[in-house]
Every structure is written in structure tokens, then in C-alpha cells.
Write a new protein. Structure first.
Length: 316
């Protein structure tokens, strides 16, 4: 039970650190990983799935191995619960990005409230990869809400799920997989084959966190019945197996309509509408989505810690 308590204290402290401090402005561990993965990509790139799989193995496997080595080093050099808790806290703080997500979403919202569409367009790429110049104020607000929903799963809940399952290696490994998907998992001509392995691995790794995020949005939102209805009716229509449940559940919980036409890298996509009975997104819904994201993150911490304790107890 000592190790489980160490993890619980560390994960709680790490999430609290994110809430209070946010991400560092310099030398963020995820940014360092991204630069390293970029160098590996330049070395290994071939227009072939096998080379992409090797890139995924080197980068995601390396991050996971680093977590294993760090955990073993702490157990060997300083085998005290406080040391293990401190390592877990640092790892959790490094991979969880809820505060930065909220900060960027609110920055776009404030620009829209001022009527400064140029500033909102300039800030939107900090949240998602859509073409901001193709979006009006309402479309930007919708993009922000959708990004908050999806990244609640990717940047908070998914990491907590894998941390509860596999400790520090799970935390680092999940964030590495998710980062690789953002870097090479899209369907550009250059990365369609090379990024296939990263995209598929991210689908698998993100599956449990996405379902937990959707379920917690039902519990934490303003309209639980609406969230369930949208999730059941529309999630499967989304092209992403993990973004679909999350965005549909958030749409129903907030009473808004998400999905529709969007543009990535000059490529226009016509996505299915989620929660078609909801109203169009308004600027004020950005703040509501951020608050819902916060509640979901805190609930996820409690659920994953309880699941870890129960699972370990049954294994004894």
C-alpha cells in the first residue's frame, strides 16, 4: 500500500502543481521531447510505414524507458515513499497540460469579447492546427470549445489513466505517444505513411482516457441527459474514434452544436454535426467549456487513484 499511496500523493501534487504553476515558459519537457523526436524524424524519414513504426518505437519507447529507469533509480538510490511521490509529482506536472489549455482558450475568448478578430486568429494556433484566416468569430469559438474538449482527454485524463496503470513510465509513455501523433499522425502527403504507426498507437492509447473523459463530462456538465444522448447518437460519426465521444459528450453537456466544416492546412473537411439539437457556440461558451474541463480533470484524478488502489488490492 505504501507504493500506491506514494503514487496517489505524487499524482495529486503534480496536478495541483499544474493548476498553480502551469507549464514552464522555457525548457518544457514535452517541448524538449518534441525537438528530439523531430531530429529522429529527419534521420529516419522514408515514405514507408515500417520506417514510421521504427520512429514511433524509438521515440515513444525511449520516453517509456526513461520513466522505467527513473523509477528504478529512485527505488535504488533513495527507497523512501517521499522520493517516489516526488518523482511522480514531477512527471505528472510535466505531462499534464490542463492549465495551459485553459489559459490559451481564455486568451482567445478575451480577444473575441473585445471584437479583436485578428488577435483571436493569431492566438488560435496555440490550441489547434486549423487555418485561422478561414474562420469568423463564431467558428473560432467553436474551434476553441472542440479543442478544449479533445485536449481534456489528451492532455489531462489520458495521462492520469496511464499513470494509474503504469506509474511514471505510463505517464511519460502516453504523453510521448500523444505528442508524436500531433507531430506526424496527420494525413499530409509527406506523413500519410510515415505517421501511420503513431496515429494508430495514439488511437489505442487514447481509447480508455477518451471514454472516461466522456463519462465524466456527463457527470460534471449542466445537462447529463443531453450529454449521454449526444454521445450515443453522434460519437461514432466523428472520424476520430477518441475525439468523437469526448466532443459529443461535451457538446451535449454544454447544450451546443459542434462539428461541421473546418479547414486544416488548406484542406477543407466536412465533419458530422455533434448534438445537432444544440445551439451554435457563443463566445461565453469558451469559459463554460474550460470550467467543465477543470471539473472533469479533478474527477479523473479521483477516479484513477481509486481504480489504482482497488486494482492493486485485488491483485494481492
Amino acid at each position: 500500500m505504501g507504493a500506491d499511496r506514494s503514487y496517489a500523493y505524487g499524482a495529486a501534487a503534480g496536478l495541483l502543481g499544474d493548476l498553480l504553476l502551469g507549464d514552464p515558459h522555457r525548457m518544457h519537457p514535452v517541448a524538449v521531447f518534441g525537438r528530439t523526436a523531430g531530429r529522429v524524424e529527419r534521420t529516419l524519414w522514408h515514405d514507408h510505414r515500417g520506417w514510421g513504426a521504427l520512429h514511433t518505437l524509438v521515440c515513444a519507447g525511449g520516453a517509456t524507458a526513461l520513466g522505467v529507469a527513473a523509477a528504478r533509480a529512485v527505488r535504488t538510490v533513495c527507497p523512501r515513499p517521499a522520493a517516489s511521490a516526488a518523482l511522480t509529482a514531477v512527471a505528472t506536472w510535466a505531462v499534464v497540460g490542463g492549465t495551459s489549455l485553459a489559459r490559451e482558450a481564455r486568451a482567445v475568448g478575451r480577444a473575441l469579447e473585445r471584437g479583436d478578430l485578428a488577435a483571436a486568429r493569431a492566438r488560435l494556433p496555440h490550441l489547434c492546427g486549423r487555418d485561422p484566416q478561414a474562420l469568423d468569430a463564431d467558428a473560432i469559438a467553436r474551434a476553441v470549445v472542440e479543442s478544449v474538449a479533445e485536449n481534456t482527454s489528451d492532455a489531462v485524463v489520458g495521462a492520469l489513466v496511464w499513470g494509474a496503470v503504469a506509474g511514471v513510465p505510463g505517464l511519460l509513455g502516453f504523453r510521448a505517444v500523444n505528442t508524436l501523433d500531433a507531430m506526424v499522425g496527420h494525413k499530409s502527403p509527406r506523413l500519410r505513411r510515415f505517421g501511420w504507426a503513431s496515429a494508430r498507437l495514439d488511437d489505442v492509447a487514447g481509447w480508455p482516457g477518451a471514454r472516461l473523459t466522456a463519462a465524466l463530462a456527463v457527470l460534471a456538465g449542466d445537462d447529463p441527459r443531453g450529454a449521454v444522448r449526444a454521445w450515443r447518437a453522434d460519437a461514432h460519426r466523428h472520424p476520430s474514434p477518441n475525439a468523437g465521444p469526448v466532443e459529443a459528450s461535451f457538446a451535449g453537456a454544454l447544450g451546443v452544436r459542434l462539428g461541421g466544416t473546418l479547414s486544416y492546412g488548406g484542406r477543407v473537411e466536412h465533419r458530422p454535426v455533434l448534438n445537432g439539437t444544440g445551439r451554435p457556440v457563443r463566445v461565453a461558451d469558451i469559459g463554460r467549456a474550460v470550467r467543465l474541463s477543470r471539473r472533469v480533470g479533478l474527477l479523473a484524478l479521483g477516479v484513477t487513484l481509486a481504480g489504482r488502489l482497488i486494482g492493486k488490492g485485488r491483485g494481492r
